[in-house]
Design a protein around this ligand. Structure first.
Ligand code: ACO
Length: 331
């Protein structure tokens, strides 16, 4: 019997922390206003993870919903890919998710590519399915950037929120992943960082150890904005070319939810009408690797995205990294 090496995305799920921080509440933390945040970003609320919640608990909750929608069980999963920049454990959190799900046949590991993580993870998962190695992959995008935001820096703290989203990718006779393109440019790394800062200690004469910690997120918003508006349409065009499609064939434009102005500008450059642009960033802010799967899951569950709709998804962010994938939803 011939093995299926096509790819179908058959289930989605999402989970966000309970606590909701509104723009108005941000005015007690930094000099800002609901008006500034709304007009410059489109964000109204963001969810903030409490000490009772964790990256792995959010990821597991999102995963359970995706697994149920796909109609499989946790034991059917061959690979768990957790895309995150904010694991509970620097050694990785995917294995904690595996244990929480009881997915005891799955190999599990983390993948880090900031806000492009979910896109990079989708393409990575696809390679394992295409080669016939794995049939059922659980791909998760989850981040808790609130742990790493400087809550006194108004240029970054208003932007980010926490959450998790997941999809099940399965080997299929018909191939629904139509094209992709991934990019990295480390020469622009300094525009967006969550960097390790050394604190040197001398262990023995002439031998020092750098026992530091991570500083808060720093970002040159203007440069990242410029980069996104230029590079995202280019990479979507390239992925469309590989899929033998054009922008008119897109049913839904599903971008990393960073800023409504970026979503609008990218849609305009691609000549995609506004009603085809998925946007939920008003409710969650920028949830990094989680933003695409949360937006996808909400659009699927409310009946907006239907089986066989063509989706152009694109992630972009720290690295710098960016990428796009063109796929059809469903079995
Ligand atoms: N409230 C009030 N005023 C503010 C705030 C705030 N929260 N933040 C900045 N300002 C002020 C600035 O100090 C500046 O004042 P000045 O003119 O007196 O100097 C003024 O508002 C304008 O600031 P700009 O930085 O020019 O504002 P801009 O319109 O560029 O918007 C923003 C800033 C929202 C950050 C935008 O540049 C942006 O969205 N950039 C992209 C970010 C992004 O997409 N990141 C994605 C990747 S994230 C990842 O990978 C983890």
């Amino acid at each position: 019997m011939q093995q299926n090496t096509g790819i179908a995305i058959t289930g989605s799920g999402s989970a966000v922390p309970t606590a909701c921080l509104e723009n108005q509440a941000m005015t007690a933390l930094v000099e800002t206003s609901d008006e500034w945040i709304t007009t410059r970003t489109g964000i109204k609320n963001r969810r903030i993870t409490s000490e009772r919640e964790s990256l792995s608990s959010l990821a597991a909750a999102a995963s359970l919903k995706a697994i149920a929608m796909a109609g499989i069980t946790a034991q059917d999963i061959d690979l768990i890919l957790l895309t995150t920049s904010t694991p509970d454990d620097l050694f990785g959190s995917a294995c904690q998710v595996q244990a929480a799900l009881g997915a005891n046949h799955a190999v599990a590991f983390d993948l880090t590519a900031a806000c492009s993580g979910f896109l990079f993870g989708m393409v990575t998962a696809a390679q394992y399915i295409r080669t016939g190695v794995y049939q059922n992959v659980l791909l998760i995008g989850a981040d808790i950037l609130s742990r790493w935001v400087d809550w006194g820096d108004r240029t970054t703290c208003v932007l980010f929120g926490d959450g998790a989203g997941a999809v099940v990718m399965q080997a299929s006779a018909s191939d629904k992943l139509l094209g992709f393109e991934l990019k990295s440019d480390g020469t622009q790394n300094h525009f967006l960082n969550l960097a390790y800062v050394p604190n040197t200690q001398e262990l023995a004469p002439g031998i020092t150890v750098s026992k530091g910690g991570y500083q808060a997120i720093t970002m040159n918003g203007k440069e990242v904005y410029r980069f996104a508006v230029q590079k995202v349409p280019e990479v979507i065009d390239k992925a469309l070319f590989r899929a033998h499609l054009s922008a008119e064939d897109i049913d839904w434009l599903l971008l990393h939810q960073a800023n409504q102005r970026i979503l609008d500008a990218v849609a305009q450059r691609l000549h995609v009408p506004k009603d085809k642009v998925i946007s939920n960033l008003a409710n969650y802010g920028n949830t990094s690797a989680a933003s695409i799967p949360i937006a996808l899951d909400e659009a699927v569950r409310c009946g907006k995205i239907k089986a066989n709709d063509t989706i152009a998804a694109s992630g972009f962010g720290a690295g710098l990294t960016w990428g796009a994938a063109i796929f059809k939803w469903g079995k």
